[in-house]
Design a protein around this ligand. Sequence first.
Ligand SMILES: Cc1cc2nc3c(=O)[nH]c(=O)nc-3n(C[C@H](O)[C@H](O)[C@H](O)COP(=O)(O)OP(=O)(O)OC[C@H]3O[C@@H](n4cnc5c(N)ncnc54)[C@H](O)[C@@H]3O)c2cc1C
Length: 445
Amino acid sequence: MPLPNILSNLNSLIALGKNMDSIIIIGAGAAGLMAAYELSKHNKNIILLEAKNRLGGRIHTVYDPAFSQHLETGAEFIHGNLPLTFCLLKEAGIPYHTISGKMVHLKKEKNKVVKDDENDNWDEAMDEMKNLKADMPLKNFLDTFFNDDKYKALRSSVKNFAGGFDLADITTASTKSLYREWKEEWGDQYRVDGGYKLLIDYLEKQCKKNGCIINTNCCAKKISWQKNEVNIITMCSRFFKGNKLVVTVPVSVLQKNNKSEDYIEFAPAIPEHINAAKNIGFGTVIKIFLEFEESFWSKKTNDAAFIITEENISTWWTQLPVKNNLLIGWVGGEKAISLKDNTNEEILGLALQSLANTFQINIDLIKTKLKASKVSNWWKEPDINGGYSFNTIKSVDAKKVLEKPVENTIFFSGEALYQEVPIGTVEAALASGKKTAQQVLKIIK
Ligand SMILES: Cc1cc2nc3c(=O)[nH]c(=O)nc-3n(C[C@H](O)[C@H](O)[C@H](O)COP(=O)(O)OP(=O)(O)OC[C@H]3O[C@@H](n4cnc5c(N)ncnc54)[C@H](O)[C@@H]3O)c2cc1C
């Protein structure tokens, strides 16, 4: 609805939060819910606005009866012993399990698909990254230090990893930041039994118990503000008033211009913060869920947790230690961008063909074994438009700007603001939400 119509429809506006301490939070993903949870422990007047009809944002566990188990269409793994995530799981009594199995690399050799050893030049690349004096985009780094023909396989492997795992655009991604991520020995990886949504349900329950008001289908469109006062108008003409505002939308939303449906207007404008948001990278990802009648891959890769191939849809994983017939395909970074406008049917076709090539099985046979399928293309997800953030060479400074509140009234939070490793994770979002809540509380005091 255009803004003039919204403004003329003032009768339907709802005014809330007249107390001095009322805090509005935009976005009910992990960061927004964590901020609300922390703030509401101190009896503040909290209103959460979420554009979608569900909470969780990029945590989106789907319980689809066509599949034999729930699907994590967004976040799935706990990447190591991450303190805040584990603390919350423990507090909520939510069980989790360690994933098992190997990483198997498969490549084509003389018309046969064989197991491949990982590229052994990786250590050399890591050493060079470690000793790098001035930061530079990953592409420049590879062109400068690994341009020789003998490094062709290494270059391709590093690019694929940065794009596939970190969703990074190598022409802007910070080499130093990728090194910080990659040098971490994450150790064990985990999955939440029953799905990450249980964590969101727990946070929602605690927030409501502490008196938070949570509004779904409430997409913030215009934020008029002055020191200690914010007035928000939503897409469906609702009006919210508060004294402090915490914005936890993905940086991809802050990067939009006024022609985009997802654009949020700040009046007066806050160019320093919006320009900073534009200096944080944001990649995209497509996840493909395929459940078959039998696990035909286990003949070749019996103990594989992850299967890395040279196909169009190159990365796959199983549910080990849970044994079932579900395979999950993953396309990130540049490859995901090249497929972003394809239909789900086209992506499904590519996925099946990739598996047929990898396991040298006739595509028609594979199709007959397919019981259920689902494609999650995060580029097309409204109010998110992608997967998660990566650091460009300008991100360190950008995060410092975004961490400074605007006139002690508007605060920014979310996974992309996290300054430690691993960024782009649920842990990053929870930690950022908690830190922002502490910042707000300090100022209110
Ligand atoms: C496919 C995929 C796989 C992933 N895998 C993992 C993984 O295995 N492990 C891991 O730790 N992390 C993973 N992540 C990353 C993790 O999900 C995110 O880092 C984290 O959930 C982000 O939380 P957040 O609160 O910062 O943002 P979000 O979850 O995006 O929350 C922001 C919320 O703001 C809402 N919003 C946007 N605009 C408006 C508006 N105008 N008004 C009101 N609300 C608005 C959005 O709808 C959204 O709900 C994955 C992400 C994706 C997409």
